[in-house]
Design a protein around this ligand. Structure first.
Ligand code: GLC
Length: 734
């Protein structure tokens, strides 16, 4: 596995010998314990005890000494998970490892935690824009920094395994976890996701300031036909290999040592029962050497939900034999007990157990868990630092999309009088989404009071009158009459709409339409004749067409994180020149969910790609122009790379950043090809009148696709390269 070795002197074979020797000394019970992961709730004291260390020592010893548990996850008091202080985490983890050190073989416990946009469950951590927003920055360097900072903050608490990044791609806008993805495009998600892994792991994830990542949710989880979380995805193998596997393949190549499995089902087979995906593809094709972990209770669900298994014991057998190495059980020892029976009865071969345990032990050795004196990072230089804050603010700024700016209504003058209203104007939770301090991220009272909502940031920056009409919770009805009356006394209206936080099935909806109350408020304010700046916040592109077409300014915030309020105000008043671009297609209608890389048949006769805002759309307060698009030659062989150059110029009056997007169209092939696919992007900052010539290289892999025989192929034929308004051609000759 490319990850690392415990220390640079050790070679992989040294580590592999250590694994072999340890495995040989383990009892069957100790082996199966390594494959068992429980939620911290199983070993936690009752919340009402309000202990400085929430661990119940007796329960912990029973789990680790009697059931030989090898992994624990989550923050205390499931399902009402909440963030704990660094000190509490240190106490919890020290007590867990102290008991592990009392066990016969002293195998350390690997503790897993969700930290998908910063250290979710560490109080006062740096909480970044969510993945959908990081994708909108089109800035891999920011993703590396987010990974580095999150790794350091986790390690100050002693946490070392992050259930992140999500490598699913987001092509179903209804899905309540769209915002946890890097958007609809394979290339963008690959670059941003592997950049995050680079930041988290560096070249040695046993380093004291690095953590292990976990690619999730393997594979095809993000594309449920009806858009509801954990419902069937109808994905054929060619589509799977073209759109859903490449990000995971890139994550494996980037050295991620663990993979979490899809909780749904693809093409009739639950993710946790799919030998073809979990073993044939992941192991035999991709060569993944780490271990797979189930998602929450998903082995049990092969019986309780999917009716694939006749009972829980059969569910364990199916999952382990399909290729699941570790079970997130999570709330009891059933997996441990049942697998023990299965091995003793010969229904599950010991060889399969040894294979799974070897993978887990290899990762534990490579993570440095066996080092006698694990380092816990000092908080002062590594937790919630000024550098982290500055990086977070910059990421938020670059993640926000200016979608419309008619008559240059934006930026606003600071001295103008502004009415601020709408359900997302004065909340932090609407800018952070799920996995924020609590699982659903909806407890505003737990959000840090020193961070600014959109309203508070406007009030801080503006020098004119700012009036707020609205409530202190998302669902509190807004007095429309009062808002309309106030509108008449102000120059401009800032209307903040969108969604409240959610994740997983809790966020399932039946339509992308905004709720009627928000539409009524918008229509009433538009009717006043005052200019309205629409700001949307939330995890999905809710339908805003009728509003967006009537207002002069539209800012798409999605989930910009804890610095989102300040970032939005910076853009509103021109203290930051916006440069975010959409990583998803913004639909015009609820059923207008055609992605940007649509097939020719989707733009034929009445079929058209007619979104409200296209993938890659995003305005600036300046203007940019690309020109002189050139391809180095007009013919190449199928095993050759080809260089492309283009000039980009800042043709406006303000300094700004522009992301140049390079698309490729394979004109005709044996499998229908998208009208265009993103194959390169570069973000550069230019002063007014400054121009830069930038180059891209297209590799054979960039020009390949999954052929009729389900194998990746490069076919001869004509290709187009599209940048901005220009197109150049080249051909592949045999
Ligand atoms: C959840 C999520 C997964 C998360 C895991 C542990 O069900 O699907 O993304 O990492 O449980 O919290």
């Amino acid at each position: 596995m490319p990850g690392c070795s415990v220390n640079h002197q050790e070679t992989n074979s040294d580590v592999e010998n250590k694994v072999k020797n340890l495995l040989a000394s383990m009892s069957l019970e100790e082996k199966i314990g390594q494959m068992t992961q429980i939620d911290v709730a199983v070993i936690a004291a009752p919340e009402e005890l309000n202990a400085a260390n929430p661990i119940d020592q007796a329960k912990l010893e029973d789990a680790v000494l009697n059931h030989h548990i090898g992994s624990i996850l989550n923050t205390p008091y499931t399902p009402h998970n909440k963030a704990q202080t660094v000190e509490t985490w240190r106490k919890m983890l020290q007590s867990v490892q102290a008991v592990a050190a009392k066990s016969r073989l002293k195998i350390p416990v690997l503790y897993g935690i969700d930290a998908i946009h910063g250290a979710t469950y560490i109080k006062d951590s740096t909480l970044f824009p969510q993945a959908i927003n990081m994708a909108a920055t089109f800035n891999p360097e920011l993703s590396v920094k987010e990974g580095e900072i999150t790794a350091r903050e986790l390690r100050t608490a002693g946490l070392q395994w992050n259930f992140s990044p999500v490598m699913d791609i987001g092509r179903q806008p209804l899905w309540p976890r769209l915002w946890e993805t890097y958007g609809e495009d394979v290339h963008l998600a690959t670059v941003l996701g592997t950049s995050f892994i680079e930041g988290q792991q560096g070249d040695d994830f046993s380093a004291p300031d690095k953590v292990l990542t976990c690619l999730k949710h393997y594979v095809g989880y993000s594309y449920p036909l009806n858009g509801r979380d954990r419902t069937p995805a109808w994905i054929g193998e060619r589509t799977l290999r073209e759109y859903f596997l490449p990000t995971f393949e890139a994550g494996v190549k980037a050295g991620s040592p663990t993979i979490m499995v899809n909780s749904g089902e693809v093409d009739g087979i639950p993710g946790h029962a799919n030998y073809h995906y979990l073993t044939t593809i992941l192991r035999n094709e991709m060569g993944f050497k780490g271990f797979t972990v189930s998602d929450w209770e998903d082995i049990k669900r092969l019986y309780t939900r999917d009716k694939l298994a006749a009972n829980e014991k059969e569910a364990v057998k199916i999952a382990v034999m399909a290729g699941i190495d570790m079970s997130m059980v999570p709330l009891d020892f059933s997996f441990y007990d049942l697998l023990l029976e299965l091995v003793k009865s010969g229904e599950v071969p010991l060889a399969r157990i040894d294979e799974a345990v070897s993978r887990i032990l290899l990762v534990k050795f490579e993570a440095g868990l066996f080092n006698p004196n694990p380092q816990v990072l000092p908080t002062k230089e590594n937790f919630a630092t000024t550098e982290a804050l500055d990086t977070n603010l910059q990421a938020a700024r670059e993640s926000i999309v200016l979608a419309k700016n008619a008559n240059h209504i934006l930026p606003l003058k600071k001295e103008s009088s502004i009415l601020v209203t709408g359900p997302t104007a004065n909340l932090l939770n609407v800018m952070n989404g799920g996995w924020t301090i609590t699982w659903q991220g909806d407890d505003e009272s737990l959000h840090p009071q020193d961070k600014l909502t959109v309203l508070e940031a406007i009030q801080k920056k503006a020098t004119g009158k700012v009036t707020y009409v609205g409530g202190d919770s998302f669902d509190k009805a807004i007095d429309i009459e009062k808002a309309v009356a106030e509108a008449k006394n102000h120059d401009t209206i800032v209307l903040c709409l969108g969604e409240k936080p959610y994740t997983e099935t809790v966020g399932n909806i039946d339509s992308l339409n905004l709720d009627q109350a928000q539409i009524n408020l918008a229509n009433a304010l538009i009717a006043t004749g005052k200019p309205v700046i629409l700001i949307t916040l939330g995890g999905r592109p809710r339908i805003i067409t009728s509003i967006a077409e009537q207002v002069p300014g539209v800012i798409l915030g999605f989930l910009p994180g804890m610095e989102g309020g300040l970032a939005i105000a910076d853009i509103l008043f021109g203290d930051y020149n916006p440069d975010g671009k959409l990583p998803i297609t913004y639909p015009r209608t609820t059923n207008g969910i055609t992605p940007y890389d649509y097939k020719p048949i989707e733009s034929y006769e009445q079929n058209t790609y007619h979104p409200l805002y296209a993938f890659g759309h995003g305005l600036s307060y300046t203007t940019f122009q690309t020109s002189e698009l050139r391809v180095e030659k007009d013919k190449i062989n199928s095993n050759e790379a080809i260089n492309i150059t283009v000039t980009v110029k800042n043709t406006g009056s303000l300094k700004g950043k522009e992301t140049v997007l390079l698309y490729v169209n394979d004109v005709a092939a044996s499998v229908t090809r998208p009208n265009k696919q993103l194959k390169g992007f570069k973000k550069i900052e230019l002063n007014p009148d400054q121009a830069k010539n930038i180059s891209f290289t297209l590799t054979p892999n960039d020009l390949s696709f999954i052929g009729v025989d389900l194998k990746r192929v490069v076919e001869s034929g004509d290709f187009k390269v599209i940048v901005g308004n220009e197109t150049v051609n080249f051909s592949i000759v045999k």
